[in-house]
Design a protein around this ligand. Structure first.
Ligand code: PMP
Length: 287
């Protein structure tokens, strides 16, 4: 069945949605995005995603195409018309098209940004097999640009990392810079040692995950100890547990890194517990 999508003020069938070939998102990857999960027909962590979107836009001197109330209304309308129970809403803002190709930014007064949103239906998203078995990851050199705090649509290298992981019989890659893990190709990375949860501190080196913030808050509220610092692949391989977080996978155990089993090779107790708390608490505040 064809989805209804949103393009610059209009709700249209996906096959009728049109964007200029001169759009800077297409030509220059000059755009930012957000992905918000939907559970039980409601948006998870919407406020966090909209605040991060505003930050991404302002870091790139891009105007917000609509205000945040309007953005929420568009999200809700798409969830409703596409009858999404469990799934996600993808949102992308680009610097638009001034009808030609030029490295120089167009005048924002004359060239409005492009706003596109669409839904993905993912029934049973919280019960994924990977959440029960955990995933295997490989380590890969982090070759991305150094403003990873901005959620841009420059996803070629993360895509290549996923392909490298797939070729190695794994599900994802952890990126390593100067000997330390930055994050996963599309998630934040954690290890657990002696009950302590360790994850890299926030900086321009990683994306400030909305799920990360929520999970660390819930962990601290549950009296768990959190240490925000970087770690090596070797330290991770010797950890008791490892896991990743993102808006669409929530909390996902990692059971193998570069062929080395973590703990007994099965999800431990901390990651599944955090997953349960995260899902329960975020359902409560979903809008
Ligand atoms: N880091 C990277 C590189 C990501 O792509 C993502 C997911 N988009 C995350 C971390 C996790 O962020 P969030 O929890 O907001 O989905």
């Amino acid at each position: 069945m064809s989805r209804t999508v949103y393009v610059n003020g209009e709700y249209v069938a996906e096959e009728d949605a049109k964007i200029s070939i001169f759009d800077r998102g297409f030509l220059m990857a000059d755009g930012v995005y957000e992905v918000t999960s939907v559970l039980g027909g409601k948006l998870i962590d919407f406020e966090g995603h909209s605040v991060r979107l505003q930050r991404s836009l302002s870091e790139l001197d891009m105007a917000a195409p609509v205000d945040m109330d309007e953005l929420l209304a568009i999200h809700r309308e798409l969830v409703k018309v596409n009858e999404i129970d469990d799934g996600l809403v993808y949102l992308q803002v680009t610097r638009g098209s001034d009808g030609d190709r030029d490295f120089v930014f167009p005048d924002p007064e004359k060239t409005p940004s492009t706003l596109v949103l669409f839904t993905q239906n993912k029934p049973g998203i919280t019960e994924s097999p990977a959440s029960k078995t955990g995933i295997k990851v490989i380590s890969v050199e982090d070759q991305r640009w150094t403003r990873r705090d901005i959620k841009t649509v420059q996803l070629l290298y993360p895509s290549m990392c996923k392909m490298m992981a797939k070729a190695a019989g794994c599900q994802d890659a952890w990126l390593v810079e100067d000997g330390k893990v930055t994050e996963g190709s599309s998630n934040n990375a954690y290890i657990v040692k002696d009950g302590k949860i360790i994850t890299r501190e926030i900086s321009n080196d990683i994306l400030n995950g909305i799920t990360r913030a929520a999970v660390l808050r819930f962990a601290r509220e549950a009296q768990m100890i959190v240490e925000e610092r970087s770690f090596t692949i070797e330290e991770a391989q010797q950890a008791d547990e490892a896991f990743v977080t993102s808006a669409t996978t929530f909390v996902l155990p990692v059971v193998e890194i570069d062929g080395a089993q973590i703990g007994d090779g099965k999800p431990g107790s901390v990651a599944p517990r955090l997953r349960e708390i995260y899902l329960e608490e975020s359902r409560k505040t979903a809008i």
